[in-house]
Design a protein around this ligand. Structure first.
Ligand code: ADP
Length: 209
């Protein structure tokens, strides 16, 4: 089958940075979004062996009676420990990657010019190596905290815990080709996004491996 040389762009950012908001803006332009969060839920249905591996590793108590995974309970359990988190990730991430690559392949088969991989933990999972470009969405921490408190109705302490659990902005920025400052109004964000997408289309593919 003929395939195009789709430009693959990673979109990432910390919790509450505005990544989903920007993802929606991109979708409105008829550009394909490959949503890693959505895929992380879908793989549980596509590959039943994941559930089996989780059951063997963590036990029956993380499952509902109907056999579906109690994501919240398991999430709370592994959140406390780096080792447990890694164990769960080692089970599930290969499947997520497989699905992401599969969706990129479909974009190529559909001769799409550009595809966006929307992944909050793109860099944590070393997916940036497969991207032609990486866009990092950022806001100052004060705005980030206020927006998440408002969106998720959580306390400042809970929000801080979630922020501290992610790679810091300073670490992520090293891998970014473009940065969107989403601390101001949405028009400002939209105009930065338009410039970046134009620039990417002008530059074309930028394979790093
Ligand atoms: P993320 O997907 O990175 O966690 P969201 O896109 O959900 O972040 O944005 C976090 C919250 O901030 C949402 O409630 C969203 O509506 C709001 N928000 C995003 N960008 C802006 C902005 N530029 N100005 C004001 N509010 C914003």
């Amino acid at each position: 089958m003929t395939q195009s040389n789709t430009i693959v762009v990673g979109l990432t950012g910390g919790i509450g940075s505005g990544k989903s908001t920007i993802s929606k803006m991109i979708m409105e332009q008829d550009i394909s979004i490959i949503d890693a969060d959505k895929i992380s839920r879908e793989v549980l249905n596509i590959y039943p062996e994941i559930l089996l591996k989780i059951k063997n590793e963590f036990g029956e108590e993380y499952f509902y009676e109907d056999g579906s995974l109690n994501r919240k309970k398991l999430g709370q359990y592994v959140f406390s420990s780096e080792i447990l988190k890694k164990t769960l990730e080692n089970i599930i991430i290969p499947y997520i990657k497989r699905e992401i690559f599969d969706k990129i392949k479909k974009c190529r088969e559909n001769m799409e010019e550009i595809a966006i991989v929307d992944a909050p933990t793109l860099i944590e999972n070393n997916l940036q190596i497969y991207m032609d470009y990486v866009i990092l969405v950022m806001v100052d921490e004060k705005t980030q905290i206020l927006r998440v408190i408002k969106r998720d109705l959580q306390s400042k302490e809970e929000v801080l815990k979630r922020i501290r659990n992610q790679l810091s902005l300073e670490e992520k920025i090293q891998y970014a080709d473009y940065v969107i400052d989403n601390s101001k109004d949405l028009d400002f964000t939209k105009s930065q996004l338009a410039h970046i997408l134009n620039d990417i289309l002008l530059r074309g593919k930028n394979e790093k491996i």
